[in-house]
Design a protein around this ligand. Structure first.
Ligand code: FAD
Ligand code: NAI
Length: 476
C-alpha cells in the first residue's frame, strides 16, 4: 500500500518547507520531497536560499564588509590596524557552517512538526481521487499518494547561449560563492542583484570588478533617485566598473582565464579579459522532469507554472508557490505563498498582499523599497507628494559613520496614504519593515510622522522623510 498524505510539497526551499510546516501545524499529514544534495553528497533542505543564495551570500557580504571596514573605515574612529590579512578558507568555512546550521535547523523543524521528509526527486505519475507521485531516491522509486500537491520547485540560474557555465572559470551563483582564491580580475555579466551583491563581495576582498549590463539604465526596477545615488556610490566611490548598454558576443575560457567580446553602448567592439566570470542574468523557473505532461499541468511560455492569485494551478487540489510562479523571485514572497496555500488547503482564507513585498539589496549602502516608484506613479497618472530626508543629518548615522543615502517617501496627494518608500543607506534592510507595516495597515505619511521614534536611531530618518512629505521636516 502506498503512503498517503493530505499534502505533499515538492521542493524544500523557503516556499516549500514553510508550506509543509504550516500544513502540519494545521493538523494535515504533510510530506516534503527534496532532492538537493550538498557537495559532500548529503541530502539537504532549504533550497537555493539556504544552500547557494540568500544565506551564504549574506554571510560573505558581512565578512567582506568587515575586511573593508578594518582596512578603510576604522581610521575615522581613531582605530588603526596593521598586518590585516585575509583568510579566505576560514571565511568560506564560516559561510558553510552557517548554511549547515540553517539547513539542519529545517530538518529539526520537520521532526518537531511531524513533516515527513522524502529524500529524492518528485514527479507526477498520475491522477485520480488522489495524486500519484513517484519519489526517486537512493533506494529506488517510492510511489506515494497525495490529496493535495504543492509545487515549490524553485528556479535555476539563466544561462546565455555560447557561455558555458563550468563553475570554475565561468560561474553562476553557486561557483561565485565559493572561489577558493580572490580573482585579480573578476568579470560579471548582469548588473542586477546578484551581480552587485557578489561583485561587492569580491571587490572588497581585492578583485578588480567589471560588470557588463545589457540595459541602458542602471537598476531599472528601483526608484530613479535611488538608482542615481547607487550608481555614484558603486562606481565613483567604490570603483566598480559598470558598463551599461552592452551586447555580449563570444565568451571563451582558456588556461589564461576568460575573454569576453562585447559591443559597448556606442556600438564599438571591445574585448574584456578576466580571471573568473560570473554570469548573473536572472533566474528561470525549474520544472525539470516534474511529470507536468502526465497530468496536464499548465506551464506558460516563460516556463512558470500557471496559477491564480491564490497560487492554485489549473488542476484540482494542485498549488504552486515561490520562484516557480509569477511575481518577484524572493524568499519571503515564496514563504508567504507557502503559508497562504497551506491555510487554503486547511479550509482557511490564505492571502498574500503582493503590493507590500519589500525588496532589499544587501550592498553597502543597502538599498530597500516597498510599493511604487515615482516613475510608476507618474506613468499611472497618480497625484502624489514626495518627502526625502538624508542620513547625513541623523545623529546615529553620524555615530555609525553611515551618512550616505536617504529615505524617500511617496504618498497620495489627496488621501496622504503611503504609496511607496525607498531607502538607500545603512540598515535599509531593517528600516524598510516599518514602511511595509505602514503600507499593510494603509497608513498615511502623517501616521509615520506622528509615531514616536527612538532617539538616536536610524529610524528617525523614516519619520523625517514622512514629515518632509508635508514639507515640515524638523531637522533640516
Ligand atoms: P528554491 O529555493 O529554489 O527551492 C526549490 C527546491 O526544490 C530546491 O531545493 C530543489 O532542489 C527542489 N526541487 C526542484 N525540483 C524538485 C523535484 N522535482 N523533486 C524534489 N525536489 C525538487 N531572496 C531574498 O528574498 N533575499 C535574498 O537576500 C536573496 N539572495 C539571493 C542570493 C542569491 C545568490 C540567489 C541565487 C538568490 C537569492 N534570493 C534571495 C532568491 C531566493 O533564493 C529565492 O527567491 C528562493 O530561494 C525561492 O524559494 P523557492 O522555495 O521557491 O525555491
Ligand atoms: P536580476 O534580474 O536581478 O539581474 C539580471 C541582470 O542581468 C539585469 O540587469 C539584466 O538586464 C541583465 N542581463 C540580462 N541578460 C543580459 C545579457 N545578455 N547581457 C548583459 N546583461 C544581461 O537577476 P540576478 O542578479 O541573476 O538575480 C536573480 C534573482 O535572484 C533576482 O532577480 C532576485 O529575484 C533574486 N535575488 C535576490 C536577492 C535579494 O533579495 N537581495 C539577492 C540575489 C538574488
Amino acid at each position: 500500500m502506498p503512503r498517503i498524505f493530505d499534502v505533499v510539497v515538492i521542493g524544500g526551499g523557503p516556499a516549500g518547507y514553510i508550506a509543509a510546516i504550516r500544513a502540519a501545524q494545521l493538523g494535515l499529514s504533510s510530506a516534503c520531497v527534496e532532492q538537493w544534495k550538498t557537495p559532500q553528497g548529503d541530502y539537504a533542505l532549504g533550497g537555493t536560499c539556504l544552500n547557494v543564495g540568500c544565506i551564504p551570500s549574506k554571510a560573505l557580504l558581512e565578512s567582506s564588509e568587515n575586511f573593508e571596514r578594518v582596512q578603510h573605515k576604522f581610521k575615522v574612529h581613531g582605530i588603526s590596524a596593521t598586518g590585516v590579512k585575509l583568510d579566505l578558507a576560514r571565511m568560506l568555512e564560516r559561510k558553510e557552517k552557517i548554511v549547515g546550521r540553517m539547513t539542519a535547523g529545517i530538518a529539526g523543524l520537520f521532526k518537531k512538526n511531524k513533516v515527513t521528509w522524502l529524500q529524492g526527486h518528485g514527479r507526477f505519475a498520475g491522477g485520480g481521487t488522489t495524486w500519484k507521485i513517484d519519489v526517486k531516491g537512493e533506494q529506488g522509486v517510492e510511489s506515494i499518494e497525495a490529496t493535495n500537491v504543492v509545487l515549490a520547485t524553485g528556479s535555476k540560474a539563466r544561462t546565455l547561449p555560447g557561455v558555458p557555465v563550468d563553475n570554475d572559470l565561468i560561474c553562476d551563483n553557486e561557483g561565485a560563492l565559493s572561489f577558493t582564491a580572490v580573482p585579480a580580475r573578476l568579470g560579471v555579466i548582469g548588473a542586477g542583484v546578484i551581480g552587485l551583491e557578489l561583485g561587492s563581495v569580491w571587490r572588497r576582498l581585492g578583485s578588480k570588478v567589471s560588470i557588463l549590463e545589457a540595459l541602458p539604465a542602471f537598476l531599472g526596477a528601483a526608484d530613479e533617485a535611488i538608482a542615481d545615488e547607487a550608481w555614484k556610490t558603486f562606481t565613483a566611490e567604490q570603483g566598480l566598473d559598470i558598463q551599461l548598454g552592452v551586447k555580449i558576443g563570444a565568451v571563451q575560457a582558456s588556461k589564461k582565464g576568460v575573454s569576453v567580446d562585447y559591443t559597448d553602448e556606442k556600438g564599438v567592439a571591445r574585448r574584456f579579459e578576466c580571471d573568473k566570470l560570473i554570469v548573473s542574468v536572472g533566474r528561470v523557473p525549474n520544472t525539470d522532469d516534474l511529470g507536468a505532461e502526465t497530468v496536464g499541468l499548465k506551464i506558460d511560455a516563460r516556463g512558470f507554472i500557471e496559477v491564480d492569485k491564490n497560487c492554485r494551478a489549473a488542476l484540482p487540489r494542485v498549488y504552486a508557490v515561490g520562484d516557480v510562479v509569477r511575481g518577484p523571485m524572493l524568499a519571503h514572497k515564496g514563504e508567504d505563498e507557502g503559508v497562504m496555500v497551506a491555510e487554503i488547503i486547511a479550509g482557511q482564507h490564505g492571502h498574500v498582499n503582493y503590493d507590500a513585498i519589500p525588496w532589499v539589496m544587501y550592498t553597502a549602502p543597502e538599498i530597500a523599497w516597498v510599493g511604487k516608484t515615482e516613475r510608476e506613479l507618474k506613468a499611472a497618472g497618480v497625484n502624489y507628494r514626495a518627502g526625502r530626508f538624508p542620513f547625513a543629518y541623523n545623529g546615529r548615522a553620524l555615530g555609525r559613520d553611515e551618512t550616505e543615502g536617504f529615505v524617500k517617501m511617496l504618498a497620495d496627494a489627496e488621501s496622504d496614504r503611503i504609496l511607496g518608500v525607498h531607502v538607500i543607506g545603512g540598515q535599509a534592510s531593517e528600516l524598510i519593515s516599518e514602511a511595509v507595516v505602514a503600507m499593510e495597515f494603509g497608513a498615511s505619511s502623517e501616521d509615520i510622522a506622528r509615531i514616536c521614534h527612538a532617539h538616536p536611531s536610524m529610524s528617525e530618518v523614516m519619520k523625517e522623510a514622512a514629515l518632509a512629505v508635508d514639507k515640515r521636516s524638523l531637522n533640516s
